[in-house]
Every structure is written in C-alpha cells, then in structure tokens.
Design a protein around this ligand. Structure first.
Ligand code: NAI
Length: 261
C-alpha cells in the first residue's frame, strides 16, 4: 500500500480521489484550507512551505504519489486574480519541487496535476502571461491580463492552467523526474459537478456562459468518475504515461480543435 499526498482534499475531485485511495487501503495525507490532515493556505509562500514540510514529516520522506487538485475557479472578485495565480500555478509547482526528492525515493512514483480544458478553449490568453508564470513572477502574470484597469478572471484562470500544463510537459521529461522513475502527468477536465462549478452556476451571468458552452456529449462530468481517472493515472497501468495532458471533457476540446493534429 502506498503513501499519497492530495491537495484540495476537502472538496470536489480532490476529495473523491482521497476517498477512493483510502478505500483501496492507501495512506493519504490531505492538504487543504480546512478539514484536512495538513491545514495550509497554498496562496502564500509561507503556507506552501508549511505544506511541503508537514507532508514530508508525515510521510517519512517517501511519497508513492501526489495529486494537485487544490484550485480556484474563474469567479469574479477584487483579489481573485492574484489568488488564482498563486494557488493554481505556484500551489502546484512549488509543492512538486519541494516533494521531488520524496517522490524519487519511492522509485516509481506518480503525479497527477489538475489542469483544465480551458487551456485549449479560452481564446486570447497572452503569451506574456504564460511566460510570466514560467518565470515565477505572479505579479507580472496578473498585470499582463489587465485590460482597462480590470482583469478578466477567465483569462488569468486559463493562463494559470496553460502555464501549469506547460510546466508539467517540460518537467516530466527531465532526467531528475522521468529518470528518477517519477511519472508526471496532467488531467484536463471540462465542467465537472463539484462545489466549484455549483458556485459558478449560482451566478446568473456565469451560469449562462457555462450552459451555452459546447459540450458534445451534453451535461456535466461526475467528480467520482474523474477521481477514478486520477486513481488509474496513479496506478502501475500508467507506467508509460509521461508528460501527457489527458482531456476528460465531454468532447469540447475535440469540438474546438479537431483539425489541430
Ligand atoms: P473544489 O472547489 O470542489 O475543490 C477545490 C479545493 O481546493 C477546495 O477544497 C479548496 O478549499 C481548496 N483550495 C482552494 N484554495 C486553496 C488554498 N489557498 N489553499 C489550500 N487549498 C485550497 O474544486 P474542484 O472542482 O474539485 O476542482 C479541483 C481542480 O480541478 C481545481 O484545480 C480546478 O481548477 C480544476 N478544474 C475543475 C473543473 C470543474 O468544472 N469543477 C474544470 C476544470 C478544472
């Protein structure tokens, strides 16, 4: 049985993964703002350092897998763009850098990062936003999407997820990762029924945009089933999966990008 860390373990898809791993007999160290084994705020450098340390202590310095599900959706709010940038990008990258040694120690560890199909379906995300994230500059990333004094939450959200997907692909193939037996991949869901989506659907303007978005199979995805995808990506069956971004989105990515490859 393995030892896993799951961020965002208190709700939605992170919670579903946590429950499924525990039911299978694994040990899970959950990380979240509340109701978790490790309570930490991943929107701050201090909180991320606390989470890294606490998980390394509880796991004894060996992790068979990690799931990065903590994230914030593209809701409006004055401080929201900064929080989205901090949690969705740095809350993944900083933690994985801090845990790399523990993952290597397991020899065959698996990592699943939550991306989103907004990466390929959101138009006009500036290249400079992605570059700012990859350069580690959250302030510049947020400023880069400011138009007429305002930041569109959907653009910084998609930017954070594009950047994290690109980081996954670049990092997964490095000798310190692939060569240490670590399999690093991303899952890119479409609209999945979780508290995050429920909140968006309770705002009329957001609900209209979500309901009119093309989803070829119709409806919304199920958090438990997405959890099962993650569990599969953590299993030995995924040994040959490296640097992939797996879309589970009811066909929206295919609908928009059928001719891309
Ligand atoms: P959720 O809102 O149900 O769960 C997210 C969890 O992250 C919550 O428990 C929350 O407390 C935690 N979190 C947020 N900010 C945090 C912080 N500063 N520090 C520590 N923990 C924090 O969301 P859901 O839907 O399960 O989303 C999981 C991941 O999937 C997120 O990264 C999200 O962006 C992504 N995603 C979700 C989609 C959806 O339709 N639900 C679609 C595409 C991607």
């Amino acid at each position: 049985m393995g030892i896993y860390a799951v961020t965002g373990s208190a709700s939605g898809m992170g919670r579903a993964v946590t429950e499924q791993l525990r039911e299978a007999g694994h040990t899970v160290i959950g990380v979240d703002l509340e109701e978790a084994d490790v309570v930490a705020d991943l929107s701050t450098g201090h909180g991320r350092t606390q989470a890294i340390r606490a998980v390394l202590e509880s796991s004894g310095g060996r992790l068979d897998g990690v799931v990065l599900a903590a994230g914030l959706g593209p809701a409006p709010g004055p401080d929201r763009p900064r929080l989205i940038a901090q949690v969705n990008y740095f809350g993944v990258v900083d933690l994985l850098e801090g845990w790399r040694g523990a993952l290597a120690a397991a020899g065959g560890a698996k990592v699943v990062v939550f991306s989103s199909n907004s990466t390929t379906t959101t138009p006009a995300v500036p290249r400079r936003t992605i570059n700012a994230f990859l350069a580690g500059d959250a302030d510049r990333a947020v400023k880069s999407v400011r138009l007429f004094g305002k930041v569109a939450p959907s653009i910084i959200y998609a930017g954070s997820k594009i950047a994290v997907s690109r980081w996954v692909r670049r990092t997964a193939v490095r000798p310190e990762w692939a060569g240490s037996g670590i399999r690093l991949n991303a899952l890119a869901p479409g609209a999945i029924m979780t508290p995050l989506l429920e909140k968006q659907l309770s705002t009329p303007s957001e609900a209209k945009a979500i309901r009119s978005f093309p989803v070829p199979v119709g409806g919304f995805g199920d958090a438990e089933k997405l959890g099962a995808w993650v569990v599969f990506m953590l299993s030995d069956n995924a040994d040959f999966l490296c640097g992939s971004v797996v879309f589970v989105d009811g066909g929206s990515d295919a609908y928009f990008r059928a001719g891309d490859w």
